[in-house]
Structure formats: C-alpha cells, structure tokens
Design a protein around this ligand. Structure first.
Ligand SMILES: [Fe+2]
Ligand SMILES: [Fe+2]
Length: 273
C-alpha cells in the first residue's frame, strides 16, 4: 500500500505514462482525481482539478519531469468547478500558443467563464480523438446527461485505461486509491455495512453518488452500454477509487444496472422533493 505522504506528494503511475495527480484528505467525503497522460515529451491533462488543488497538481506534474509548456491539451469531461476550477492558473503557467481545451460544445459554453483565452475544441469536430506524435491515441466517447448534457469519457488505447469522469465516482470518506472488491461484492445489495465483512461497503458510496448525481436511469443505462462496448482494462474515475481490472469494473457495472432510483426517481422514491 502507498504511504499517505507518497500519495500526496508524488505522481502515482497507474499505467504506462498515466499518472494519478490527486491527494488524500481524511476530512473529505469527495476525493477528486486529476490525471496526466504523458507520452515522451508531450502530455495531456485530464479533469485538472479545483482552484485549491492547483499547487498539489502542479507539484506532481513537475515531479514527472515534465515542463508545464509540454502540456498540449486540457481535457474537461464537463464543466464543474471540482475539475475546471484551476484552469486560469494552468493556462497561465503553461503559457503556450499551442494549448487547446478539448471538451463538448455544451460544456464549452460554461468553460469559457473559467477561461475565455484558450481555444476550445468540441471532441466531435476532431474526429473523437487526439493523437500524440508517437501515434498513441486517446479517443472520446459521449455519455450525455451523465451527468451534464455534454459529458463524455476519454479512452487511452495504449494502456486501455478509461477515464470515466463522474461515472464510477463515489462519496466515501474511507478513500483508497484502488477500490477493494471481493468475491461477495458481486452479490451486493447496497447496504452501508457489508454483512460479509462487517465493514463499510465499498459499493455504498458509489451507489449514493450515482443516485444523487446522475439525472435518471435512462442516462445511466445508456452510459453503461457505451462503456461495456470499450475494451478497457481499468477505469479511472474523477472521484473515489480506481477500478483496477475489467472484472472489478463489471461488478460495479452490474451493480449500477440494478439501481432502481437514480436522480429524480431517487428524490421521488425517498420523498425528498
Ligand atoms: Fe460533475
Ligand atoms: Fe466531479
């Protein structure tokens, strides 16, 4: 297991050239996960983080040996402040004419309020992909209304890592870099405390996050269909822990498909309106 000091001060390479740039905070129920994909002397930053995250994220980028000006693209899977808040600081320190933001038209309407300066691309007009000089390719996949109208995901073909943004996120103060799933998790019925271990269920925070953040069962079900079509081997979400194998991800996908009350349906069922 990684020490907290190492997790909080060093970039953690979760796959070849893929770095987790987040940090742990025992007081936070919501952990944010910016990622860097580095290929030679080029890099792309994914969901770069909040305004207060900036110093952590930049320290970790520098500790990969990369210069900020080598970041070619900033990918924003939607426009929330937890992933876009430090955009003004990032563009100031990257400070190149070549920098571009990749997102979706529906997101760019709002991202321009963080930055009017950096040109913004809609991933659909760049053929759903970004290619490094080496040929390594990132591809983009729409997950509309999960949870924003323009939400999408990024897939790194080389490492088969799927950056899923808020999908597979979790509200969980008991955070680990990797979600620890066991055999019995496939039978999980969503209790806060696992009847098998007597400990807090790792799926419970995922359950609560999706019921409250995703707008409807229709939107979530469509996104899960898109995800299952991709040949991913790990899922790196913007919140919570990383799903380190396809098998673990399938347990979570099966669990999410069984959710009855997502979004507005959750509020109605729980009489929380
Ligand atoms: Fe979000
Ligand atoms: Fe988020």
């Amino acid at each position: 297991m990684e020490s907290v000091e190492n997790l909080n001060t060093n970039p953690i390479e979760i796959a070849d050239g893929v770095y987790w740039l987040g940090y742990t905070d025992d007081n936070a129920g919501l952990h944010c996960n910016p990622y860097l994909v580095r290929d030679g002397d080029e890099a792309v930053l994914i969901d770069g983080g909040s305004r207060d995250d900036f110093s952590h994220v930049m320290l970790k980028i520098l500790r990969t040996g990369l210069k900020p000006a080598q970041i070619l693209r900033l990918i924003y899977h939607h426009y929330d402040p937890d992933l876009c808040g430090n955009l003004p600081q990032l563009e100031a320190i990257i400070n190149t004419q070549e920098l571009r933001i990749i997102s979706h038209m529906e997101n760019n309407v709002f991202i321009r309020y963080y930055s009017a300066k950096t040109p913004k691309l809609d991933y659909r007009v760049i053929n759903h992909e970004f290619t490094f000089s080496s040929g390594r390719k990132l591809t983009f996949h729409g997950t509309p209304f999960c949870h924003a109208p323009g939400s999408f995901m990024t897939f790194d073909e080389q490492t088969k890592t799927l950056f899923s943004s808020d999908l597979f996120g979790s509200y969980d103060a008991n955070w680990h870099l990797y979600v620890n799933l066991e055999k019995h998790c496939g039978m999980c019925e969503g209790q806060r405390i696992c009847p098998n271990t007597g400990k807090k269920c790792p799926l419970y925070g995922i359950d609560q996050f999706h019921k409250r953040i995703m707008p409807s069962n229709t939107a979530l079900s469509h996104a899960l269909d898109v995800i299952e079509e991709l040949p991913f081997e790990r899922i790196a979400p913007q919140h919570g822990g990383i799903l380190k194998t396809r098998e673990d991800a399938m347990v979570v996908i099966d669990y999410l498909r069984r959710l009855q009350n997502v979004g507005i349906d959750y509020l109605v069922a729980e009489k929380k309106l």
